[in-house]
Design a protein around this ligand. Sequence first.
Ligand code: BES
Ligand code: MN
Ligand code: ZN
Length: 487
Amino acid sequence: MEFKLIYQPLDRAEADAVAVVVFEEEPAPPELKSAHAWFDELRASAEFTGKTGELSILHQPQKFAAKRLVAAGGGKRAAFDSAALRRAVATSVRALKQKGIKRLAWVLAAGHTAADAEAAVEGAVLGNFEPDAYKTSTKESKPLEEFHLIAAPNGAELEEAVERGRILAEAQNFTRDLANEPANRLTPLLLAERARAMAAEMALECEVLDQDRMRQLGMGALLGVAQGSAEPPALIVVRYKPATPPKTSDHLGLVGKGVTFDTGGVSIKPADGMEKMKYDMSGGAAVLGAMKAIAQLKPAIPVTALVPAVENMVGGRAQRPGDIVTSLAGKTVEVLNTDAEGRLILIDALTYAQRLGCTHLIDAATLTGAIVVALGYVNIGAFTNNEDLLARVMAVAKTEGEKMWHMPLDDDYKELLKSAFADMANIGGRWGGAISAAWFLREFVGETPWVHLDIAGTAWLDDAKPYMAKGPTGVCVRTFAKLAMGW
Ligand code: BES
Ligand code: MN
Ligand code: ZN
């Protein structure tokens, strides 16, 4: 998609459609003055009230160069922030591209900031995404080709914001493409290849640890999960280093769960809905997408992404309930349920991240069904051993419109993981399952500031939203990249 900043009045903008946001309980915005007959009639009919998500289209508007004029509901003005603008633009793109519109212009009303321009571009790129790579005949998407922002000139600031928005949202779509790949087309080694190709294109360092290397190092927890699959595992490491030496010794580590398919292993999952478990590498895809953005936005601190990539399968070599594995950190784990595999691969990656010098750790993982029970499909479950770091992450997430809820991690929950025969068990029972999973990870990060994001409910949309297609969401990509930028 092409982007343009237009420093012209709305009525002169040439496009297939020009959109103006209209708020609830407010008169027509000044931009619609020359179309007031249409607008007054529209309002009087109650067909359009300005509610979030509403769209009304006027064809061949008189006195406008564009072919269509679009009123886009913005809801109540007081609640209309850049996150709402991102969704409003995405909603309009998804509706209008279906009608064959190729060039869409949006008015960035007076008072809008560079952050709003960035969010608007993100909305356009995210709304243009369809997970239809494997449809050969009935492509659903008729993508938008150009997105224009009509704004008041303000030097380079808006240009830069448009570019940032493009970079961030395209990185998010890269993550969505990866998460949507079926497991036959994205094995652990193929995921490593995709990471390598991205790193090469973006001039990042990439190293992939193979099974032999992981054996040498003693990553018994990760390898125990991998042993049931004919597909070998990989530990993907992608590194960004700032061009000028950083002012702090901080080094951000982003760790993402990369289970390319989760059958549950011997503790097998029910057949119903199992196909969705191709998305169990969404955390890994998110940290790779974040690195793609980071490579272009160039934050001031070093960032290392780690993706433990495995396939959790049943088979003659698969690990059994009751097996005891030794993690890279040296602690032993009794595998009471082979379906609690994410935490097993993550602990070895988290330990390795610390050995690589990461001083702050953030992991993203489709870790538990329990977080979906707790928070549904709306909020990410956020856990931490360091309130300051979590507060920073949550502040960034808010501006990115990625909802997060701070979950508890009291010491009282820790005892759930007691094992009779090893240092700890890999499950903590039915109640508080997302919390015991987080505690399991916490046992391996020590005092290193760490945030764990359980994205099992938020990495995938079972039903399309007006602003987003069904399927992978690419959640966390923008928050991670922005966190590094603001460090
Ligand atoms: N990948 C799943 C988490 C998951 C489950 C995501 C359902 C979305 C929907 C994870 O590996 C898993 O299977 N977790 C188990 C843990 C349990 C065995 C303690 C779960 O949540 O059922
Ligand atoms: Mn599982
Ligand atoms: Zn899993």
